[in-house]
Design a protein. Structure first.
Length: 722
């Protein structure tokens, strides 16, 4: 059982490494973007801990076949628990209210002829090259070759001055590239627009072209900009004017001829030929009668209202003419593909490509790459945008991609992702070396067509609310899931960005795409725009847990991951577990995020999840109340020791989440025998809150634990508090 067999230091170490570069440990996630995916190594560890008795460190790298075991996930999202269960031979049942989640998991797990896919994908890219390839070529500044390939077009937003009418470049700063992945710092001249390379980033000196002073700070700050012509202040954005226009100010390109002798990247100010190609691309787009470019308006929402403030009213307004042309041509080619599996795969590729092919992507001045639109789990509208080469660049004579964000990148990632299904592996770290260990008898999918035995297992995926699904009693051996985290990512609002395009390609074939939006009133996220709060979240979670608990076999676990910055967001967890007549038998810590992730970097947010293991209270025996305050501190200290053994450096926010997990476990233990799920939702939440308050001042315990850590480790550095 998990409570006995789970190895916290071992899995914590694996999970942390996986989250640092998840596509290396679980390439399958590259099928399509989904948010906040939990580590596959964590759920593999949980499954193996529950269904076999070997030491986890030994069993983890072996092949397994748990035929006849059925696992359910009521919030399948990106599919991690189901994929891990399917891989080791389990039958799986998955639910998600969002059609994009259903589609992504279906495509992850569905059989695909990889060679046939690769052939069709490369034919698509070759066809696009013939149609629009010229739009992505530029003249090399060094050798004069006309066949240098553009990696990234860099645009700055512009706005007419409210006083003199002249266009203003809304530069927040003039640094184009830092001297981290390039020999020198690259600055844009605010006077002539030429690029100058400098040694000093803080004092860049003078423009090499016009001798004007180079500036670090730009004129656009906090929604206002001083016009360089008349000196008056102009405000931005103005929703009534529609989306701001863009001006191309720089290009990063790749010249195969010069690469061997050139140090660093290739940058240039766009020349007349580059500007002419923009006009030519616009004329080309206007000559097309689009069939697949969506006309949908952007509905109101917590995230999408930011787009409205910047004047965006339709999804298509978030793309350049050149991008729209490429996307329309791609969709036409995909629609003509006769093989349904390959057509679906390419449609999935197009949907995933969208996050790089839009005019909200930003350029990372340190990493020198495009940041996709969802890099911060929202719709950030910057002032400098990055347009990637639509086709993608490939190193001549090799499959290695140069840059990011194009068809070549998507095809290569997807091919590796689906290959992992038939040749899954784990990565074992021994000292400073990593070893790839293939679990050759395992596979991901319904049938292993690459095996002589042609084995198969049952996969049932549903685009529906798990609260209202019908499951037989005693039909599930376990439920493993990663539920929504209350005030978390607005999945539906963000994924509509992809959905409106994908629906154009597959909507007539799949009824799951019948609705105009993925948004649903039953979605379990806090959303002020839709009037959803803690009560809605609690009721929905409780209904799902109760439904799953009824289908569980007597000793089967319901295990799920959770973390949040406030203890109040944990109260619904306790209510849902108690309503389902379950007891929390363990709360286990595990890394779930990478502290360097863009969306949490510098926020002080925790990277640690609590894994709650729940079972029927009728099968776990009576639990004595015990001395909670004493047990609480010792339990947290034990967790800290285990995580540090797994090389996890803990912040105050991490320790706080450990505390919250144990508080909920102990509160459930205390409330289980007097719980009344027929009381109002407000009453049940207040009961949990009252029980939590009995444990005393949490901050005092946190500070005590923190001082204890500092005394044990002189190098311990306290991170930003949540």
């Amino acid at each position: 059982m998990i409570e006995k067999n789970f190895d916290i230091p071992f899995i914590a170490s694996l999970a942390l490494r996986e989250k640092q570069i998840q596509q290396s440990y679980r390439p399958l996630i590259a099928v399509h973007k989904w948010f906040a995916r939990r580590p596959g190594t964590l759920f593999r560890g949980l499954l193996l801990s529950e269904f076999q008795e070997k030491a986890l460190q030994d069993a983890f790298y072996e092949s397994h076949d748990f035929t006849g075991i059925t696992i359910a996930d009521p919030f399948m999202g990106g599919g991690t628990p189901l994929l891990e269960a399917n891989r080791i031979g389990c039958d799986v049942v998955g639910y998600d209210i969002n059609p994009m989640a259903w589609w992504i998991v279906k495509e992850e797990i569905e059989e695909l002829d990889i060679l046939a896919y690769e052939k069709s994908a490369h034919l698509l890219r070759e066809s696009l090259e013939g149609e629009i390839g010229e739009f992505y070529r530029t003249r090399c500044n060094l050798c004069g070759s006309e066949n240098a390939l553009v990696k990234y077009f860099l645009w700055v937003k512009t706005k007419p001055c409210e006083h003199c009418g002249n266009p203003i470049d809304l530069f927040p700063g003039y640094l184009l590239a830092a001297d981290i992945r390039h020999p020198k710092n690259v600055f844009v001249c605010p006077t002539c627009g030429e690029l100058t390379e400098t040694q000093d980033r803080k004092n860049p000196g003078y423009c090499q072209a016009c001798s004007a002073n180079l500036l670090v700070e730009g004129p656009a700050k906090r929604g206002k900009c001083i016009c360089p012509t008349c000196g008056e202040k102009t405000l931005f954005p103005d929703p009534d004017m529609g989306p701001l226009k863009h001006r191309l100010f720089a290009i990063e390109y790749y010249c195969p001829h010069c690469k061997a002798t050139h140090k660093g990247r290739f940058f240039k100010k766009p020349d007349l030929q580059d500007l002419e190609k923009i006009e030519k691309a616009e004329l080309f787009w206007k000559s097309i009668s689009p069939e697949y470019v969506p006309e949908e308006t952007i509905p109101s929402g917590d995230e999408t209202n930011r787009l409205h403030r910047w004047g965006y009213r339709k999804y298509r307004e978030m793309f350049s003419h050149r991008q729209l042309a490429g996307l329309e041509l791609s969709a036409r080619i995909i629609a003509q593909e006769k093989n349904e599996g390959i057509r679906n795969a390419l449609a999935t590729n197009l949907s995933d490509l969208l996050r790089y092919q839009n005019m909200l992507c930003r350029y990372d001045t340190k990493a020198l790459k495009s940041l996709d639109i969802f890099s911060v789990h929202g719709f950030p509208v910057g002032l400098v945008q990055c347009e990637s080469n639509f086709l993608g660049l490939v190193e001549p004579g090799s499959p290695v991609c140069i840059g990011s964000g194009g068809w070549a990148n998507i095809i290569e990632k997807f091919k590796k992702a689906k290959s992992f299904c038939y040749n899954p592996f784990e990565i074992r770290q021994q000292g400073n070396k990593k070893y790839v260990i293939f679990t050759r008898e395992e596979y991901i999918g319904i049938k292993n067509t690459h095996s002589i035995e042609k084995t198969s297992r049952k996969v049932s995926l549903f685009c529906k609310d798990a609260a209202s699904c019908s499951l037989e009693e005693n039909s599930l051996h376990a439920v493993f899931t990663d539920p929504p985290y209350f005030g978390n990512v607005q999945y539906a609002e963000l994924m509509d960005f992809c959905y409106v395009w994908l629906r154009k390609l597959v909507g007539e074939t799949y009824s799951e795409f019948s609705q105009a939006s993925t948004r649903n009133t039953k979605e379990l996220t806090e959303n002020f725009d839709m009037g959803r709060g803690l009560k809605h979240f609690t009721e929905g979670l409780s209904q799902v847990f109760q439904n799953m608990a009824k289908a569980l076999k007597p000793k089967g676990p319901l295990a799920f991951t959770y973390h949040h910055n406030t203890v109040e967001a944990y109260y619904p967890i306790a209510v849902a577990i108690l309503d389902a007549d379950l007891i929390c038998t363990a709360s286990l810590p595990c890394p779930a995020e990478m502290s360097a992730s863009i969306h949490i970097k510098g926020t002080g947010s925790s990277i640690i999840d609590t894994v709650f293991i729940c079972r029927s209270k009728n099968t776990t025996g009576k639990n004595s109340k015990g001395k909670f305050s004493e047990n609480l501190e010792s339990a947290i200290k034990k967790d800290i020791e285990h995580l540090q053994e797994g090389n996890i450096s803990l912040s105050l926010g991490d320790i706080r989440c450990l505390l919250f997990g144990h508080l909920i476990r102990l509160a459930i233990k205390s409330l289980q025998n007097k719980w009344n799920k027929n009381k109002s939702i407000e009453y049940r939440l207040s009961e949990v809150a009252h029980e939590i308050q009995k444990f005393g001042e949490q901050e005092i315990l946190l500070q005590h634990l923190l001082r204890d850590q500092k005394s044990k480790n002189k190098d311990y550095s306290e991170k930003q508090e949540i």
